[in-house]
Design a protein around this ligand. Structure first.
Ligand code: C2E
Ligand code: MG
Ligand code: MG
Length: 585
């Protein structure tokens, strides 16, 4: 209840050297469902003498109740259980339909125990006999507290559900929602024999802004661009951010003419500089267009074809290009990278770096994440973002994953066998669809004598959602073997915590975009509620992309379990990581 100077949703106790001198409560908006004016007045009086400043309204019909609920928000509903012409149960149903979190208490002269039990079963929060109104104030206090907790939880879940389908920087639909909308648009077009245009856009000159002026400037440009793009398209169209500086647009019922016109409008919008901290900044775009049904019948092929067209537009600096099959064959720079990938694997051009994961409670390194890199003979050192997608599309990702696992185990198996380190390896979409994966992983562990519990596999949610039954079978088998599973980049995909509950995962890694946001004082609510909800599900939480001490401090305050990022240590070679680990002791 109300403690010494303790502030709750229902009251503040004012004390003078330990002596209670008064209770100040906020205004209470009470909706009374009651046919008798006198009984309603008794309820108001009981609440007022309990210290509440009551604002009340009395209704005694279904229509009156509906109107009152629609007109304004209420803190509490108090309903008579049996009225001539209107029943308490019917009132309860109406309240639940319109405001599921609103506490409802029955007050009745006639209620018997069996009726009371029935009422509580239907979702009332309490019942009070009219002759015993003394119970009302404590019951109301309790219900207000519980309702506040329920509301906060609902809000946190709504925020997370929104995040699952939206990009947190621009609030545009993300890749997951885009794919869904594109599929819907295709289905609609099939039904009505219509066209769909799909535009994929990548910025030129964006990386330079990020490098020269920092992520803050880059972020502001992306936000301004998002609102300009929304201004260009119609309401029925979708604008999405796929990540980085990549955007996409779906234009239903639009053919090549309309698509090109829209692309030109976007390009014209970019002739006006963006303004960041008073500084004008220019970026250019390359847009690739693919058309349904001409270039593809599925969302996946349209995305691929638009991607090829975008590279054509980039290559000839034309700003925009419609997919053309003849250009696909010889312009695809991907083909050469694919050939190089295969050769590179054989020639030993790939290597692995390790990034420590710091346990925030013990300040010790609890594990290492293995991150692959490519020493390309012509292009130099390439980050995974340059080749993982292609490796996936060509099936080369399976040998690549096994290479990373094997190399990392070779380098770390003594420490893993001693139990002093866990090793985290990233698993790509598709790899999980390989039924032989679990056995191959088990072989790799057993041949080096490493217990499976020292291996962590990082998986992205999108991957699990792309084929739930197949990947769930694989995940379950890995879990049974004792390998630990964590969800990577949490918050960027189809992050339904409810769904995660059904998977054998032991933890999640909050995506670095949210963690970076903490530095700017943003995303606090998201990070905090993700940590709380994950802990409620028994999951541990790692924050990735920790770049400053200030962010570590925030994470500690939120109860986060572990942190990874350049502030702790950037990814390093095995030897450098060993020196770093020694220096930590
Ligand atoms: P990830 O698994 O989320 O890995 C974390 C990424 O964040 C790494 O990028 C790491 O270098 C980077 N990073 C670490 N600390 C910080 C920081 O403080 N700030 C910022 N801004 N970034 C930080 P990297 O190495 O470029 O890897 C990118 C992604 O490529 C990885 O994301 C992972 O999804 C994928 N990847 C890496 N290695 C492999 C692999 O062996 N197999 C597969 N399938 N994917 C891999
Ligand atoms: Mg990872
Ligand atoms: Mg990640």
């Amino acid at each position: 209840m109300c403690g010494n100077g303790w502030v709750s949703h229902c009251c503040v106790t004012v004390t003078n050297r330990g002596r209670v001198i008064g209770i100040v409560r906020p205004r209470l908006r009470v909706l009374l469902v009651e046919d008798s004016e006198d009984d309603a007045a008794l309820v108001v009086r009981a609440l007022s003498s309990g210290g509440f400043k009551v604002f009340s309204e009395r209704v005694d019909t279904a229509d009156g109740l509906k109107a009152a609920l629609d007109r304004q928000a209420w803190d509490l509903a108090v309903a008579d259980f049996s009225m001539p012409g209107f029943s308490g149960i019917a009132a309860l149903e109406i309240v639940r339909e319109r405001d599921p979190d609103l506490p409802l208490i029955f007050v009745s002269g006639t209620i018997g125990e069996d009726v009371a039990v029935a009422a509580m079963r239907t979702g009332a929060h309490d019942y009070i006999i009219k002759g015993n109104l003394a119970r009302l104030v404590p019951a109301v206090e309790r219900e207000l507290r519980d309702a506040a907790v329920r509301r906060e939880r609902t809000l946190a879940e709504q925020r997370l559900a929104h995040l699952a389908y939206h990009d947190s920087l621009t609030d545009l639909p993300n890749r997951a929602l885009l794919q869904d909308r594109l599929q819907q648009a295709i289905l609609g077009a099939q039904r009505d024999t219509k066209l769909v245009s799909f535009l994929l856009m990548d910025l030129d000159g964006f990386k330079e802004i990020n490098d020269a002026l920092g992520h803050h400037a880059g972020d502001r440009v992306l936000q301004q661009l998002a609102s300009r793009l929304r201004g260009v398209v119609r309401d029925a169209d979708t604008v999405a951010r796929l990540g980085g500086d990549e955007f996409a647009m779906i234009l239903p019922s639009t053919g090549s003419g309309g698509a090109e016109q829209t692309a030109r409008k976007v390009i014209a919008e970019l002739e006006r500089p963006f303004s960041v901290d008073g500084r004008p900044l220019l970026v250019h775009a390359s847009i690739g267009i693919a058309l349904y049904p001409e270039h593809g019948l599925t969302a996946e092929t349209l995305l691929q074809k638009a991607d090829v067209a975008m590279y054509v537009a980039k290559g000839d600096h034309s700003g925009c290009a419609i997919y053309a099959p003849d250009r696909d064959r010889h312009t695809d720079r991907r083909l050469s990278i694919i050939a190089d990938l295969r050769a590179g694997l054989d020639a030993g051009q790939f290597f692995v770096e390790y990034q420590p994961i710091l346990n925030l409670a013990t300040h010790a390194a609890q594990g290492l994440e293995a991150l692959v890199r490519w020493n390309h003979p012509q292009q130099g050192r390439l980050p995974p973002s340059d080749f993982i997608d292609l490796a996936e599309q060509t099936g080369l990702v399976n040998p690549l994953t096994m290479f990373v696992l094997g190399r990392a185990l070779d380098e770390w198996s003594p420490a893993m066998t001693r139990g002093s380190l866990t090793l985290a390896v990233n698993i790509s979409p598709r790899t999980l669809h390989d039924p032989e994966l679990p056995d191959r992983i088990l072989d790799a562990l057993q041949s080096r004598g490493v217990p499976p519990s020292q291996l962590v596999l990082e998986i992205t949610e999108n991957l699990i959602m792309s084929d739930p039954p197949k990947s769930t079978a694989c995940l379950t088998r890995l879990h049974e073997m004792g390998v630990r599973l964590v969800i990577d980049d949490f918050g960027t995909g189809y992050s339904s915590l409810t769904y995660l509950r059904r998977l054998p995962v032991s933890g999640l890694k909050i995506d670095q975009s949210f963690v970076l946001g903490l530095e700017r004082g943003e995303d606090e609510v998201i990070v905090r509620s993700t940590i709380d909800l994950a802990h409620n599900l028994g999951l541990t939480v790692i924050a990735e992309g920790v770049e400053t001490a200030a962010v570590i401090a925030r994470l500690l305050a939120f109860g986060c379990d572990a942190a990874q990022g350049t502030f702790v240590s950037p990814p390093r070679s095995a030897d450098d990581t060993r020196s770093w680990l020694t220096s930590l002791q």
